[in-house]
Design a protein around this ligand. Sequence first.
Ligand SMILES: *Cc1c(COP(=O)(O)O)cnc(C)c1O
Length: 417
Amino acid sequence: MDHVRQALEAGFFRETDTAILLYDLDRLEANVARLVRAFPERSLHAFAVKACPLPPILSFLAGLGLGAEAASLPEIHLALTAGFPPARIVFDSPAKTGEELRLALELGIYINADNLAELGRIAALAAATGVTPRAGLRVNPQAGVGGIKATSVAGRYSKFGVPLEQRALILDAFARYPWLGGLHVHVGSQGCPLDLLVAGVGAVFDLRRTIDRELGLGRITTFDLGGGLPAGYRDSDVPPTPAAYVAALTQRCPGLFTGDLALVTEFGRMVAAPCAVAASRVEYVKRQKGHRTAVIHLGADLFVRECYNPKSWPHRSLLLDPTGREKTGRAGIWHLAGPLCFSGDFPIRQARLPDIEPGDIVLVRDVGAYTLSMWSRYNSRQMPRILGVRQGRFAVLREREEPQDVVRFWLGREESV
Ligand SMILES: *Cc1c(COP(=O)(O)O)cnc(C)c1O
């Protein structure tokens, strides 16, 4: 909140900016430190690029010693551009092409194969190129579904990974491919309670013991336990800390943190979500009997999940006056309507806010992950200016798009029409 006022005063949030996003890099660094402290030193924390693909944020995280989890060819290139060494990049995706796998192999990127057919492709490429893969296999622990179905991937059926019930096929794969040294599990994202995360990781960790018993001790050298620690969005949310997660995992699978198993994590949301706010100027205020609506400049373009699935994705909001100071006074119920041409375009429904006037600024909290990365081109609006603040100093992380940028996007080339 104070940061938004400072950004206004310092001229970084300009008159012409209808909205901004503002990343607090000190908070980001503190979140990373909390994660790193909780796990053994040898762990590789691969930040999920899909949570926030902004190159300056990725570079910042690379500088803090994190790795990157990439799930597409461009995400690999984003990670490389941001300065992550290939050895600290983990490649996950259920649809890896031959071209993508070849690049990953040649660069020495760690690959989590999603399925057995993909393992066959990796084997063929390894034979053709003479490169020994660094690879693991994703196993669906079939541990259950969390509170948000669309972000749960460890039910009995999932499109991801080899189901744990196909144990014999998994053992065959490890017997056939001597280079296959890792196990990978990811239970879900937001909405997965701690005991579900622990049950999923535990089930795959038990499989590791079976593999070691059947194929020789030390056969599994890398264990990737995925991401999924939630962020808090409501005042009542108390997300588990990384330390609490490690404590619960230690109880369920003591061998995970002793010995020399290389550990990988793939957190995105818990690292980045709390570290940014969105701020939009209020363009219009509309009143009719029983309804108060403030029309703002961020809608389903930034808040895709929030608009389509509002029950699962609540955000807290605050109201600032045009100078960035918090407005107080008797709160009423307000619809915060986005600028897009469809009726579901409400980033927040029924916000409790003081009286809103045009020119005020609505601030939305916890937008550091899975917002900008899901940016929608519907209505072709300009992506807002993205700011970062570190130790009181502001920087532009990404400039506001100009109309020409959007035209170029749809043209798919530089020339004009
Ligand atoms: C999305 C995803 C993550 C990150 O999940 P968070 O909830 O952001 O921690 C990690 N690993 C895989 C395979 C994913 O799909």
